[in-house]
Design a protein around this ligand. Structure first.
Ligand code: EPU
Length: 334
C-alpha cells in the first residue's frame, strides 16, 4: 500500500500538536513500496523527511516537501533457547511493542514502557529511560539506502550508539530509512531497578507487569500525556562536562544533580539546571515549562512554533549565563 495525500495537517502526527501543514504526506507498509516510492517523482522532485511518531520534532513552519511515514508493522519471532530475537517493523508503535514483549514474558524493554514514538525511531534515537537504553537490546537494524534502494543490515556496533545518538543521526543522517529493528530479549528475569525509587515502587517480588505498571505510573506523574498536553518529552539533552569544570560548579551549587561518567566526565541534570535558574512553570505566549518536569516544554495554550523556540532560546541563554553550561535541544527543529 502506498498512500499519497496532499496538503495534510500534521496536528495529529506529531506530539507538540501544532497545526502545521505538509505539502505531501506519504505512507507505505512494505519494503517494496518504500523502494518504489524512493524512485517516484514525488520523492525525487521534493525534499522529504521520514518521521516516526513525531514525538521528538518541532515543526517551525509549514513543510514544503514530503513527510514519509512507515506503516511496516509486522513482527517476526525467532525463538532460541535462552533468548528471542524479534524483528519488529519500523512503524510499530513503541509501547505496543513493549506491551507485546511483557505479555509474552520476554525481558529487557519493560523499563522503556510508555515512551512515545515508533520502533524505527527507537534505533535512530537510542531511546532510554530508567537505566535502560535501546542500544542495550538492539541486535541489528535493517535499512534502505535512499540513493540506491539497496538494503543494508547494520550490526549494533555499526550503529555507533551513544547517549540519544547513533550513526543515523550523525554520519549517515538522511541517507537511510529504517525498515525493521531486531531486538534481543531474555527469557529469564533480569530486572534493572537501580534508577531512582523504582525498586520500592515495584515491590519485593517483581514481575514484568509490575515493572511496566510502575514505570507507566512514574512517567504519568512526571511527564505530560501527549494525547492531553502537546510536548516532545525532554526538550534538552542532559549536558556532559569535564570534571574540572564541574568541581567549581559543585562548590557554588552543592545541590546540583550530577552523575559521574568515565574519563573524568560528569553528566548534569538539565532539568535541575533549568529549575534552579528559576524557570519552573514560566511561559512565553502559549508555551510553558511543564510544572512537574522542567526539562519538558509544553504547548499549553495554542503555542506557535515561535513561542516554543523563544522559550527554549531564553532558557538556554539563562542556563548558560548562570552556570556557564551549554544545553542543547534533543528535539529536532524542522
Ligand atoms: N529535576 C529537577 N527539576 C525538575 C525535574 C527533575 O531538579 O523539574 C532533577 C531531579 O533531582 C531528578 C533529576 O533532575 O532526580 C533527573 O530527573 P529525571 O529522573 O526526570 O530524569 P531526566 O534526566 O530529567 C531523563 C530522560 C528522560 C527519561 C528520564 C528517566 C533525557 C534527555 N531525558 O530525564 O527521557 O524518561 O531520564 O530515565 O535523557 C525523553 O527523552 O523524552 C525523556 C522523557
Amino acid at each position: 500500500m502506498i498512500d499519497i495525500r496532499e496538503n495534510i495537517s500534521m496536528k495529529t502526527y506529531h506530539t507538540f500538536g501544532m497545526d502545521i501543514t505538509t505539502r505531501y504526506f506519504v505512507e507505505y507498509d512494505t519494503v517494496e513500496d518504500l523502494r518504489s516510492l524512493l524512485i517516484s517523482p514525488v520523492i525525487k522532485s521534493n525534499n522529504f523527511l521520514q518521521i516516526g511518531g513525531g514525538s521528538n520534532l518541532l515543526f517551525t513552519k509549514d513543510y514544503p516537501g514530503v513527510i514519509l511515514h512507515s506503516k511496516i508493522k509486522d513482527i517476526s519471532v525467532q525463538d532460541n533457547e535462552d533468548c528471542v530475537i524479534l524483528k519488529v517493523g519500523a512503524g510499530v508503535v513503541w509501547d505496543d511493542f513493549v506491551a507485546y514483549a511483557v505479555s509474552n514474558n520476554w525481558y529487557g524493554v519493560e523499563n522503556l514502557s510508555y515512551i512515545p514514538g515508533e520502533v524505527g525511531a527507537s534505533a535512530v534515537q537510542n531511546v532510554g529511560a530508567y537505566g535502560v537504553e535501546a542500544k542495550d537490546l538492539i541486535e541489528r537494524v535493517y535499512a534502505i539506502e535512499v540513493e540506491t534502494g539497496v538494503e543494508t543490515i547494520f550490526t549494533n556496533e555499526e550503529c555507533q550508539y551513544g547517549y540519544r545518538s547513533s550513526i543515523f543521526k550523525t554520519q549517515l543522517k538522511g541517507q537511510y530509512i529504517i525498515t525493521y529493528v531486531e531486538y534481543r530479549l531474555g527469557k529469564t528475569p533480569n530486572y534493572k531497578l537501580e534508577y531512582g525509587n523504582l525498586k520500592s515502587a515495584v515491590g519485593e517480588t517483581p514481575t514484568l507487569q509490575y515493572v511496566r505498571d510502575a514505570i507507566i505510573d512514574i512517567r504519568r506523574q512526571k511527564l505530560p500525556d501527549p494525547s492531553e498536553i502537546g510536548s516532545a518529552g525532554s526538550f534538552f539533552i542532559n549536558p556532559v562536562i569535564d570534571l574540572d569544570i564541574f568541581l567549581p560548579l559543585k562548590e557554588k551549587y552543592p545541590n546540583i544533580v550530577s552523575y559521574q561518567l568515565p574519563d573524568n566526565k560528569v553528566k548534569l541534570s538539565a532539568a535541575w539546571l533549568i529549575d534552579n535558574a528559576g524557570w519552573h512553570g514560566k511561559k512565553v505566549g502559549g508555551a510553558s515549562v511543564y510544572h512537574k518536569q522542567c526539562l519538558v516544554l509544553i504547548n499549553e495554550n495554542n503555542a506557535t512554533p515561535a513561542d516554543i523556540i523563544e522559550l527554549a532560546d531564553q532558557i538556554k541563554k539563562s542556563v548558560y549565563d548562570k552556570y556557564g553550561v551549554d544545553i542543547v535541544p534533543e528535539v529536532i527543529y524542522i
